[in-house]
Design a protein around this ligand. Structure first.
Ligand SMILES: CC(C)(COP(=O)(O)OP(=O)(O)OC[C@H]1O[C@@H](n2cnc3c(N)ncnc32)[C@H](O)[C@@H]1O)[C@@H](O)C(=O)NCCC(=O)NCCS
Ligand SMILES: Nc1ncnc2c1ncn2[C@@H]1O[C@H](COP(=O)(O)OP(=O)(O)OP(=O)(O)O)[C@@H](O)[C@H]1O
Length: 206
C-alpha cells in the first residue's frame, strides 16, 4: 500500500485533488466524513459532546446540530480544543481501522487520506507522502463567501482557527498550488499521480 496524507486549509481544494486521484484509481478516505460518523446518535463521542456543551447542541431528532456547535467552536479556542479532544481520538482510531482494511483488501492500493487538520491534530499515520493544497488566505475566504454562502466574519473565523499555510508547507513533501485556475490544480494532481506510478514501478523492479 502507498499512503498519502492530503491536507490543506478550508476551501483550499483538498477534495478536488482527492477526487482527481480517486479517478486515477486511488482509494479515498475523508476525515470530515469520519468525523461525522463518530458523532452519530448513540456514540460515546456524541454523549461526551452533550456532556460538555449541553443538550442545546442537539437537534430535536437527536442528531448533532452542526451549525450551532460550529458557531461556538469557531469563535472560541478553548471550546474548540475541548471538541477536538473528544472527536480527534475517535477519528484517529476509525481511520487506522479503515486504512488497515484498505490494505487487507488490496496490498497494492494507493490510499489518499484527506485530513484537514493533519498539522493541528498531529496526525501520525505512517504516510509515504504528505501533500498540501495551498490557495492562500484571501482566496480561501473568497471561496467560502462566494461559493458556500458564509458571511466574511464566519469565513475568516474558520480560516483563522486553522494552522497557517506556512505551518502546513513545513511538513509537506509536495505542495499543490490551488490559487489559480482549476485546470492548473488538475494538472498538478495528474503529475503527482504519474510520479507515484513511476516511483512504485521503479521500486517493484528493485
Ligand atoms: C464544528 C463542526 C460541528 C462544524 O460542522 P460543519 O458541518 O459546519 O463543518 P464540517 O465538519 O463539514 O467541516 C468543514 C471544515 O471546517 C474545518 N474544521 C472542522 N473542524 C475544525 C476544527 N475543530 N478546527 C479547525 N477547523 C475545523 C475543516 O477545514 C473542515 O474541512 C464540525 O466541523 C466538527 O465536529 N469539528 C470537529 C471535528 C474535526 O476536527 N473535524 C475536522 C477533521 S477531523
Ligand atoms: N484552482 C483551484 N483548485 C481547487 N479548487 C478550486 C480552484 N479554483 C476554484 N476552486 C473551487 O474551490 C473550492 C474548493 O473546494 P474543495 O471542496 O475542493 O476544498 P476543500 O479543501 O476540500 O474544502 P473543505 O476543507 O471545506 O473540505 C471548489 O468549489 C472549487 O471549485
Amino acid at each position: 500500500m502507498y499512503l498519502i496524507g492530503l491536507t490543506g486549509g478550508i476551501a483550499s481544494g483538498k477534495s478536488t485533488v482527492a477526487r482527481r486521484l480517486f479517478a486515477h484509481g486511488a482509494v479515498h478516505l475523508d476525515a470530515d466524513q469520519l468525523a461525522r460518523r463518530v458523532v452519530e446518535p448513540g456514540t460515546p463521542a456524541l454523549a461526551a459532546i452533550v456532556a460538555e456543551f449541553g443538550e442545546a447542541v442537539l437537534q430535536p431528532d437527536g442528531m448533532l446540530d452542526r451549525a450551532k456547535l460550529g458557531e461556538i467552536v469557531f469563535h472560541d479556542e478553548a471550546a474548540r480544543e475541548k471538541l477536538n479532544a473528544i472527536v480527534h481520538p475517535a477519528v484517529r482510531t476509525l481511520a487506522g481501522k479503515l486504512i488497515a482494511k484498505a490494505e487487507a483488501e488490496n496490498s497494492d492500493a494507493v490510499v489518499v487520506y484527506d485530513v484537514p487538520l493533519l498539522v493541528e491534530a498531529r496526525v501520525d499515520h505512517p504516510f509515504d507522502l504528505v501533500v498540501v493544497t495551498s490557495a492562500g488566505r484571501h482566496e480561501q475566504v473568497k471561496r467560502l463567501v462566494e461559493e458556500r454562502g458564509l458571511d466574511p466574519i464566519q469565513a475568516e473565523a474558520r480560516v483563522d482557527s486553522q494552522a497557517s499555510d506556512d505551518e502546513r508547507r513545513a511538513i509537506a513533501d509536495v505542495v499543490i498550488d490551488t490559487s489559480g485556475a482549476l485546470a492548473h490544480t488538475m494538472s498538478q494532481a495528474d503529475a503527482l499521480w504519474a510520479r507515484i506510478v513511476a516511483e512504485r514501478a521503479a521500486k517493484a523492479q528493485g
